[in-house]
Ligand binder design. Structure first.
Ligand SMILES: [Mn+2]
Length: 407
């Protein structure tokens, strides 16, 4: 039995006003071919199916079209909701999808047994169980209701997540003795290398969980949330698959892929990372006006889709004429086939520039997260460290409340 693990599709993702739909569709074509040609039996998607909690009609169409193409391939699919996903959106077609061998778990279940999915072999016997744990929201974590027992809210959240997995581990041992099991998850693990495109969860990632929280009963942990593929806790069997396409410029050098584990004689083999072909290059050009002009002129893209470019003009002395020249250069490249300029900024090493106190020169608000802005603003005040920490946490909590209401 062959199992694929992927996550963080973020269907509908817009990067600096540019839709990443084309590379997403090319990834789906590649995925369908892989499943067909390699005889894949199970597909696990660990959260963040959509970029928005309430995705647009076109994005939902893309998702359902993919599922409809996968159904005839005789594959069992397990999809969980991530922190970006609206629980209701993922769960809405549940009854219909269940009858087509697709399990969707948008949010945590009241009864944990409902998070367990049985995977049957061709003889109809249970060959594998999947604990399909979605992103756990604060309200799902029972430990938070008695959080006075914990030193901090972050500790209570961590304990809540650990408890969720421990309970599922117990169910698996009691009910499915001797049957291999996989746990899914959408969370922030301690020691990960993240990029710019993950939204902070659980009080600004303060509640990062240790790899040791996953019960030994699980033979493989299929994680989502972090967009860079990686192994956690030096354990080859606890993995983030990463996102299939680059979702931010910080991921321009990343290798994107999907993980394959095989069930052979009741044992899971070491995960194999399969490279997803790169369809688009993301590039950053730095230098002064003339250097960037030359780089743009000489640039040839060699992948299917035109490259997405970030320009970082580094100029010696402040000049409004230079600012205008740089803006004009960007405009000249509006309708070329080779590249799409998504972002450009000019930094002057000396001279005056109209920037508010909050921002460093050349810095753009769209490059910052809400917490970055909050911290910058806070740093303008004289506040002691303990108080700063409290304020930061309070801000994170408020941010989470606001985001939960957006859903
Ligand atoms: Mn994500």
């Amino acid at each position: 039995m062959k199992i694929l693990h992927t996550a963080d599709w973020h269907i509908g993702k817009i990067l600096h006003k540019h839709s990443l739909q084309e590379e997403m569709l090319l990834f789906f074509d590649w995925l369908i071919a892989l499943i067909k040609n390699d005889g894949i039996d199970v597909l696990l998607v660990s959260g963040d199916i959509f970029d928005l909690a309430n995705p647009g009609a076109k994005d939902r169409e893309i998702y359902y079209k993919l599922l409809s193409q996968l159904i005839p391939l005789n594959i069992q699919i397990v999809i969980t909701g991530g922190n970006h996903d609206g629980i209701g959106v993922i769960n809405a077609p549940k009854e219909l999808l269940t009858s087509l061998n697709i399990s969707v778990i948008g949010g945590a279940k009241e009864n944990l047994e409902d998070e367990i999915i049985e995977i049957k072999n061709k003889k109809g016997e249970i060959a594998l169980v999947v604990a399909a744990v979605p992103f756990l929201r604060d309200r799902d974590l029972r430990s938070l209701q008695k959080d006075k027992l914990f030193e901090s809210r972050a500790e209570a959240i961590k304990a809540g997540i650990a408890d969720h997995y421990a309970q599922l581990g117990k169910i698996c041992t009691a009910k499915y003795k001797g049957i291999p099991s996989i746990a899914m998850g959408h969370l922030f693990a301690k020691g990960v290398s993240s990029s710019d495109s993950e939204r902070e969860i659980h009080i600004g990632n303060a509640a990062a969980v240790e790899s040791t929280i996953f019960p030994k009963e699980f033979n493989y942990i299929a994680l989502g949330h972090i967009h860079r593929p990686q192994v956690i806790g030096k354990n080859d069997f606890i993995r983030y698959s990463g996102s299939p396409i680059s979702l931010s410029f910080s991921e321009k050098e990343d290798k994107k892929g999907i993980l394959l584990v095989e069930l052979v004689d009741g044992k899971l083999t070491a995960p194999q990372f399969i490279d997803i072909p790169k369809q688009r290059e993301l590039k950053k050009f730095s230098g002064d006006h003339n250097e960037i002009k030359e780089k743009l002129k000489a640039y040839k893209h060699n992948l299917i889709l035109p490259s997405l470019i970030e320009l970082d003009f580094q100029e010696a002395e402040y000049s409004s004429v230079r600012l205008a020249e740089n803006a004009n250069l960007v405009t000249t490249y509006q309708d070329v086939e080779e590249l799409i300029i998504l972002k450009s900024r000019t930094h002057f090493n000396t001279g005056t520039q109209d920037t508010a106190d909050l921002f460093e020169s050349g810095e753009n608000i769209e490059d910052l997260s809400p917490s970055d802005v909050f911290i910058k603003r806070m740093n303008l005040e004289e506040i002691d460290e303990t108080k700063q920490k409290e304020l930061k946490e309070t801000f994170q909590e408020l941010l989470e409340i606001v985001r939960a209401e957006e859903v």
